[in-house]
Write a protein that binds this ligand. Structure first.
Ligand code: V47
Length: 374
């Protein structure tokens, strides 16, 4: 009996020719189709998904598990959109905050000696546009030239650039010239337009999200991609989301990492939805690793997943962990994340990665290992 046959029979207990073919393709590093991914997702037991995704993970990244020392700087919780899944947006004036340019610089100054990346995102502030941000980015870059600036989801970029009266290409070029190094993956949510209409009708369309990332890749601004799962979307819609990303990556090769984001249900309009199980979470990570054969990295964002599931995911395709964070995000604590004060020391990261029999590698924002002096 071949190995795939053994895996199929031990994990599924029945002979399934279609599953065997898909298993063989994955183990031979051949691309699987959307239909095959659906079949795999709906017919393979979790151990088999883990086994297959781990093969791809080890083929692409060996035992390395990347982590980064960073902060997530959230500059405002004011937002013109009212996305049903969001627990972050302020509902009253008393509950809102926005950071001034000085406030932003002061948070970076406080953390600069212990980080090599700042991840800047926020709500869509009704008044702030590119004219506010260009001097701020310039000032961060001039003061901390080696600090990587990953900033603004495509939804923010669309607003900041158009409000300032620039065309997309020009706006992105100005951001790059003033210090923007890469774009985070937020705002993708789920690409299915029916879900978007129901849950976040005023947010940019999937088409626009993709166009912004494509335009960024064209001028060598790399980015990440995310998928918000576990709300009203179906398995087919999840897989279609992956398919759209795989197609764009074939075209541009500008994505660094894919990050599945587990929907957290506290304090938002979707609180009636039961959160996905750990089994479902691990399946999403595994199928993402298997399907996105042209993405080098699959990232677990632990403040949202919780530490236990995030480290378990190292056996389900994940090779990348974000980040030390220094207690700088509240997007997930407000949505009910287990760690209400998200922070992980470098030692804890390394120890947890080693417990999972992987090699911790501190990375910079472009996935080079950080070489440490004495
Ligand atoms: O787009 C908001 C998600 C995203 C909830 O690129 C929620 O390296 C779950 O994109 N439950 C922003 N998710 C965060 C993000 C991100 C995080 C870490 C790393 C990177 C990267 C990107 O957070 C939003 C939305 O999809 N989100 N509310 C919630 N209740």
């Amino acid at each position: 009996m071949s190995l795939p046959e053994k895996m199929a029979s031990c994990c599924n207990n029945i002979s399934d020719k279609k599953l065997d073919t898909i298993i063989s393709k994955v183990l031979n590093f051949q691309r699987i189709s959307l239909n095959e991914a659906f079949y795999l997702y709906t017919h393979a037991e979790l151990p088999l998904m883990g086994y297959l995704s781990n093969k791809i993970r080890e083929f692409k990244n060996g035992n390395n598990t990347y982590y980064i020392k960073n902060i997530h700087l959230e500059y405002t919780n004011l937002c013109i959109n009212k996305c049903a899944f969001c627990s972050f947006r302020s509902k009253t004036k008393e509950d809102s905050w926005e950071l001034s340019a000085e406030g932003i610089m002061s948070i970076i100054k406080e953390n600069a000696s212990s980080i090599n990346e700042v991840h800047i995102v926020g709500g869509i502030h009704p008044e702030k546009d590119l004219n506010f941000w260009l001097p701020v980015l310039r000032s961060i870059k001039d003061t901390y030239p080696t600090l990587h600036i990953k900033a603004f989801t495509a939804a923010e970029l669309d607003f900041l650039i158009s409000k300032a009266g620039y065309a997309l290409k020009k706006g992105l070029a100005l951001l790059k010239d003033n210090g923007l190094d890469s774009i985070p993956g937020g705002g993708a949510e789920i690409f299915d337009e029916d879900c978007r209409k129901k849950l976040f009708p005023t947010k940019i369309s999937a088409k626009k999200w993709l166009a912004i990332h494509k335009a960024a890749h064209k001028i060598n601004i790399p980015s990440n991609a995310t998928m918000l799962y576990g709300h009203i979307e179906t398995i087919s819609q999840r897989l279609k989301h992956l398919d759209i990303l795989r197609n764009l990556q074939d075209n541009t090769n500008g994505f660094n990492a894919f990050i599945p984001l587990k929907f957290k249900s506290r304090n938002n309009a979707l609180s009636y939805i039961k959160e996905s199980s750990i089994i479902e979470d691990l399946k999403v990570f595994a199928v993402s690793r298997i399907y996105l054969d042209n993405f080098q990295h699959i990232k677990a964002y632990w403040p949202m997943l919780g530490k236990d599931t995030a480290f378990l995911a190292l056996d389900f395709g994940v090779d990348d962990m974000d980040g030390t964070i220094n207690n700088t995000t509240s997007i997930y604590s407000r949505a009910g994340a287990t760690d209400q004060k998200p922070q992980m020391s470098e030692t804890e990261f390394k120890d947890m990665i080693k417990v999972h029999r992987r090699i911790p590698v501190e990375r910079n924002a472009v996935y080079d290992a950080v070489i440490k002096g004495n």
